[in-house]
Design a protein around this ligand. Structure first.
Ligand SMILES: Cc1cc2nc3c(=O)[nH]c(=O)nc-3n(C[C@H](O)[C@H](O)[C@H](O)COP(=O)(O)OP(=O)(O)OC[C@H]3O[C@@H](n4cnc5c(N)ncnc54)[C@H](O)[C@@H]3O)c2cc1C
Length: 492
């Protein structure tokens, strides 16, 4: 079947050799979901005969970056990016490509003892749990109804306003999956956010947004605070957009990749014909006029026509010649502590372990030593694996108060996500006006696996467009990506 006539000039242009670089090399710093998605989309949108070389540099021995796992008692748990939203269409397609999608969040599958909101002295709210129904017929349905009623009793109609706020934000985000007839290639994060209608949410705090739409302070200071503390380690003073994204990540039908989300990065890199340089840290990037020299910690120098930074620049030490200029920002550090053992009921004012909720989230109070504690696996009644999130490192003395027994403890200090600070100021995507790109400029809007993939997809199109001499074509048209997300889902 011949292509529609309006696509012919575009097809022709994509099959032409690159005008200025016969076979350009694209060097990508970072083998996380950003760098691996970029490789995937560049290959996907390039003509097969483009002869493009892709080099990916990863300073660690494994790919995945902030998607990483820990293993305790023979079980593997997500240590970084863990949950995916049902409408994270790129991640969905990536995981299906590698045949590893698994439903359900990482919460323990061995019974459910509900969740509780902890204020340091007592549980302000405790959900009903299936276990508490003691084998009652239709227990799950009953629990769900009881919890809905309890939440409504406490927070009232604010709950519906919260749901609408999240749905509207997700709806706007879905514009990034539209076909490129209506979706431009963006050169700045501001443009990208303004086009989808998400920009204003980055100019106010979540708290301001929610108050302006009439949510009750009780809901904001309890449930929503718990959500932002669990998902971003921060208070409701994060931006409205980061807040809405974190609230979307507490809904239903969340999922993860079987064996670990890092497998998406591994799968994408495997399928994208890249030259992967593991354990090779890029220490400097020099612009040599028509190309860049990337120098690595191994003493190697690589010549690339295009250089892409696929890692936050806030805590990495890459020298740029000439220097680049980006707004100063901080990363929020989240300490993830994995404990095999059992919680101490007395710490929570309870008598028995079975009374302790499976997920405990705390309110915003600087004296509280943790943001959340969740059961990941119940090996036995007094032998479980837990994940503790906190803003500070967890000392042994603290853990010995919270836990009555500990067999194994693993601590990870993550430079986890941006410290969101509305109004956000975004770094440029094109760092030098030439071919030095920065995917993680988008991260100050929201930091998730999917937003990294969406940002990378835009950068892939931007690179190809600018290499082709500034054509205003939409690459995705050429591969049949249509505006219907379910079509996109099956097409990728
Ligand atoms: C504790 C935690 C929980 C999270 N929970 C979720 C969640 O539930 N859902 C969700 O969607 N997201 C979550 N996130 C966020 C999500 O994991 C990140 O937004 C996403 O993985 C970022 O991917 P990236 O590729 O942009 O960056 P990274 O994953 O950080 O990848 C960058 C890579 O670059 C490498 N690198 C850095 N400097 C150099 C150099 N000079 N040379 C070579 N290599 C270099 C790094 O080693 C790293 O592998 C969470 C993050 C953390 C830490």
């Amino acid at each position: 079947m011949s292509p529609p006539p309006f696509l012919l000039p575009l097809l022709l242009l994509l099959t032409l050799p690159f005008p200025s670089f016969p076979s350009p090399t694209v060097c990508i710093v970072g083998g996380g979901i950003g760098g691996s998605s970029l490789s995937h989309f560049i290959r996907r949108y390039s003509a097969p005969q483009s002869n493009l070389t892709l080099r990916v540099f990863e300073r660690n021995a494994v790919v995945g970056g902030r998607m990483a796992t820990v293993t305790i008692a023979g079980h593997t748990f997500e240590a970084g990016g863990s949950i995916l939203h049902p409408k994270n269409y790129y991640a969905r397609n990536f995981s299906e490509m590698i045949g590893q999608r698994r439903p359900g969040s990482e919460r323990s599958e061995d019974g459910d003892r509900g969740f509780g909101i902890w204020d340091g002295e007592r549980f302000l709210l405790r959900s009903w749990s299936v276990d508490s129904m003691g084998g009652f017929p239709f227990a799950e349905k009953m629990v769900s109804l009881l919890n809905d009623a309890m939440m409504f009793f406490r927070y009232g109609f604010s709950l519906f306003k919260m749901k609408t706020f999240v749905e509207e934000t997700v709806g706007r985000f879905l514009k990034y999956y539209e076909c490129s007839d209506s979706r431009p290639v963006f050169e700045t994060v501001d443009e990208m956010l303004k086009w989808s209608g998400l920009y204003n949410l980055t100019t106010h705090t979540l708290e301001e947004e929610l108050i302006s739409i009439g949510l009750s302070p009780l809901l904001i200071n309890e449930l929503i605070t718990v959500i932002t503390r669990i998902n971003y380690g921060q208070s409701v003073r994060i931006s409205g957009l980061a807040g809405a994204v974190s609230m979307a990540g507490s809904g239903e039908d969340l999922w993860a990749v079987k064996g670990g989300n890092w497998r998406m990065a591994a799968g994408l890199l495997n399928q994208s014909d890249v030259l992967l340089h593991l354990q090779e840290e890029i220490v400097s990037v020099s612009d040599l006029g028509t190309h860049y020299a990337l120098n690595s910690s191994a003493g190697n120098s690589y010549i690339c026509e295009v250089a892409v930074v696929a890692t936050p620049l806030d805590e990495v030490d890459i020298e740029f010649h000439p220097p680049i200029s980006i707004p100063k920002r901080k990363l929020q550090h989240t300490h993830a502590t994995f404990v095999r053992g059992v919680l101490n009921p007395a710490y929570f004012g309870l008598k028995t372990v079975v009374e302790i909720p499976d997920l405990i989230g705390s309110i915003e109070d600087p004296s509280l030593p943790f943001s959340s504690i969740s059961v990941l696996k119940r090996h036995g009644e007094k032998d479980m694996t837990y994940k503790v999130f906190s803003r500070q490192a967890t000392e042994d003395t603290l853990l010995d108060e919270i836990f009555s027994a500990r067999q194994e403890t693993i601590r990870i200090n993550w430079g986890a996500y941006p410290h969101f600070d509305a109004p956000e100021v975004f770094a440029p995507i094109i760092l030098d006006g030439r071919h030095l790109y920065y995917i993680n400029a988008f991260e100050n809007a929201a930091s998730t696996m999917e937003t990294s993939a969406v940002a990378a997809e835009n950068v892939a199109r931007l690179i190809l467009l600018r290499l082709h001499g500034g054509l205003s074509l939409g690459m995705s048209d050429l591969r049949g990506i249509k505006s219907d997300p379910t079509y996109l889902h099956s097409d990728l």
